[in-house]
Design a binder for this molecule. Structure first.
Ligand code: CP3
Length: 341
């Protein structure tokens, strides 16, 4: 039996105190992160430095004693290891050489280069040897649709219009990209699992921008296929699916996709989720990152509403999206007390 609260909740146990971790918990809101970040050249070099990546993975665990650590890396290392040109520009975010035609898609490597990602697996090994025995380690990747949306646009957009247009105009070409990402992401996650992560989260940050038919084809089918393949290769691995803002599909996904946990974004009504999602599966979420930034009475009352709505069934306390860089560390300390009291 595991002593790890996080894994117990993934297994469907109802706990007196929910396990707690935060998406993007290793990041710029921590002064010790900013200090190390300033010593690395580019963001990808940082992700590919086992020494630095191990240190920043452990920082939030030391400070807050979260129940799970998440590997420090990025979802865009997959396009990087497929041969696409990826960089991160200070203050602007990711920049990729955009894919706007089948010819450009054909320029990618046939297979993901796992040698390029070897430093990530070394980070996992190092983190594992230093984590408290009650803390779980989560690996991750982006879902094919979300990663493809950056590969096509070449940068972040508000509505993923470039990828949606590409998929409407050239569905067969887009299917090839999605299929390629399913294979690449599975190789990457399986290697993370072999290196020692105990759970994996599939981030589909942009699942919510698609109409039903496209959601089923580009998000639901590829992610469920990945879940099945992961479970087949590693029956004990815990899988968290996070189809952000795809609320109208959550209940169906909880019942049919085979994941162990479903992430709820900030917009999901937890009272509804308790009756329609959590009756089938462990849920994770969904404090508004902005309420954590704001603090005060609303932070207290929102934490209480989430706990009250979800406490009768298995859940993991988290934000509804990543922590914001401006978040005061004191508010995170307060959150830890509120969740555990
Ligand atoms: O959660 C963690 O602490 C682990 C590390 C992690 C990062 N990115 C580090 C990071 C994880 C799990 C991610 C996931 C990720 N990356 C997603 C999915 C989740 C989400 O937020 O929707 C996406 C879409 C990306 C792509 C990405 N990486 C963008 C759009 C950006 C720029 C925006 C920003 O926040 O600056 C990044 C950069 C990035 N990835 C940073 C960190 C800590 C900030 C860059 C820096 O420190 O210089």
């Amino acid at each position: 039996m595991t002593e790890k609260l996080f894994l117990k909740a993934c297994n469907g146990e109802v706990l007196a105190t929910p396990p707690l971790w935060l998406m993007r918990q290793a990041g710029r809101y921590l002064p010790e992160y900013r200090e190390i970040r300033s010593t690395a050249k580019g963001f990808l070099d940082f992700c590919y430095s086992p020494k630095l990546a191990t240190e920043v993975t452990l920082q939030p665990i030391r400070r807050f004693g979260f129940d799970a650590a998440i590997l420090f890396s990025d979802i865009l290392v997959v396009p990087d290891a497929l041969g696409q040109n990826v960089s991160f520009i200070e203050g602007e975010g990711p920049k990729l050489e955009p894919i706007s035609s089948e010819a450009e898609l054909n320029k990618l490597e046939d297979q993901i280069d796992l040698n390029k990602l070897a430093p990530v697996f070394e980070t996992i090994d190092r983190v594992k040897s230093q984590l408290p025995k009650t803390t779980a380690l989560i690996g991750f990747c982006g879902a094919p649709w979300t990663v493809a949306s950056y590969m096509i646009a070449g940068h972040g957009t508000a509505d993923q219009a470039p990828a949606r247009l590409f998929a409407y105009r050239f569905p067969h070409v887009f299917q090839r990209l999605i299929d390629k990402l399913v294979v690449a992401s599975l190789l990457y996650l399986n290697a993370q699992i072999e290196a020692g992560v105990e759970a994996v989260q599939i981030f589909d940050s942009w699942a919510g921008v698609l109409p039903r038919e496209e959601f089923l084809r580009w998000c639901y089918e590829p992610v469920c296929k990945m879940v099945a393949a992961l479970k087949q290769a590693h029956p004990h691995i815990k899988v968290i699916a996070f189809p952000r803002q795809a609320t109208s599909h959550l209940s169906m996904m909880a019942q049919t996709c085979g994941a162990d946990v479903l992430g709820l974004d900030t917009s999901v009504d937890v009272v509804w989720a308790a009756q329609n999602v959590q009756n089938h599966i462990t849920v994770q979420g969904n404090l508004d990152p902005l309420v954590l930034l704001a603090g005060g009475d609303r932070l207290k009352s929102q934490v209480m509403s989430i706990k009250t709505a979800l406490q009768a069934r298995p859940y993991i306390f988290n934000l509804g999206h990543g922590i914001l860089p401006q978040t005061p560390v004191a508010h995170v300390e307060q959150l830890v007390k509120l969740v555990r009291s």
